[in-house]
Design a protein around this ligand. Structure first.
Ligand code: GLU
Length: 262
């Protein structure tokens, strides 16, 4: 009796391991089945980018184009747009949080680049921004040409440094860079005079614009934003891409872009 029970337990354990292995093989821990089982879609979003991913402390709610896309994806998967758990990410944290499985996907002003495509799946772009510059009005800086020898604050793991460097090289000017982990730190560095320019995508700069600063008209390097998933999770990537393409074609995304004044 005891022996039979042992065999049964061992058999059940073996079956569980095999089933786990198969589930992983079919798309990893965040395959569609695993998401359904978890009961909610875990999405990394921005909390400080108005119109894209913004956490409104008055309503305690996230809102923006990227928030709506996440809710629409949850609605497709669960038939319920509320079955989504948002987690605020930065340029530095979003990749590692996808890698370690804490997030199923990232919809967070994540620029599609050839280099990043080696590490993550990206959907068809749902929006294209450009890199811009925020300066103090009192600095007198009005274009990139005024920046020779000055220091630009950029975020770690962002595309900004490369974009501004390329534009500066074309103009024949030299820039210094200071890299920071978060955008509030760059804004503080601009306010204190540690850097003369805060550079990142214009959409992100909008969240830091105040009475003392301006966003310059210059813009560089198109930044196409895609929904990112873990590279091994092709099933989820394909599922998401079909829907993004559908929403691009049927006007859903352009309606959202208008709704959020982007
Ligand atoms: N969109 C740019 C990037 O992906 C800027 C950084 C950010 O999204 O925070 O690098």
């Amino acid at each position: 009796m005891k022996f039979t029970k042992l065999i049964f337990v061992a058999g059940a354990l073996f079956a569980a391991v095999i089933a786990g292995g198969c589930a992983k093989g079919q798309g990893g821990v965040s395959g569609l089945d695993a998401i359904k089982k978890a009961g909610a879609l875990k999405v990394g979003v921005k909390s400080d980018v108005p119109g894209f991913g913004f956490y409104d402390t008055a309503t305690n709610k996230y809102e923006g184009l990227e928030i709506s896309l996440a809710q629409m994806l949850a609605n497709e998967i669960f038939g319920d747009a509320d079955k989504v758990k948002f987690e605020a990410v930065t340029a530095k944290t979003r990749g590692p949080l996808l890698d370690n499985g804490e997030l199923d996907m990232v919809i967070a002003t994540f620029t599609i680049t050839d280099e990043r495509k080696l590490t993550y799946n990206f959907s068809t772009p749902y929006y294209t921004d450009a890199v811009g510059m925020l300066v103090k009005k009192s600095s007198g800086i009005r274009s990139l040409a005024d920046l020779n020898g000055l220091t630009v604050g950029v975020a770690q793991s962002a595309t900004s440094k490369e974009a501004i460097s390329a534009a500066a090289a074309e103009l024949g000017i030299t820039l210094n860079f200071a890299e920071f982990a978060t955008y509030p730190e760059i804004k503080a560095a601009l306010d204190s005079g540690r850097v003369e320019v805060f550079s990142v995508d214009k959409s992100i700069l909008n969240g830091y614009l105040d009475a003392d600063t301006i966003i310059l008209p210059d813009q560089f390097s198109p930044q196409p934003y895609g929904v990112a998933t873990k590279l091994s999770n092709k099933q989820l990537a394909d599922y998401v891409d079909v829907l993004i393409k559908k929403w691009l074609n049927d006007g859903t995304i352009s309606a959202l872009i208008s709704q959020f004044n982007l």
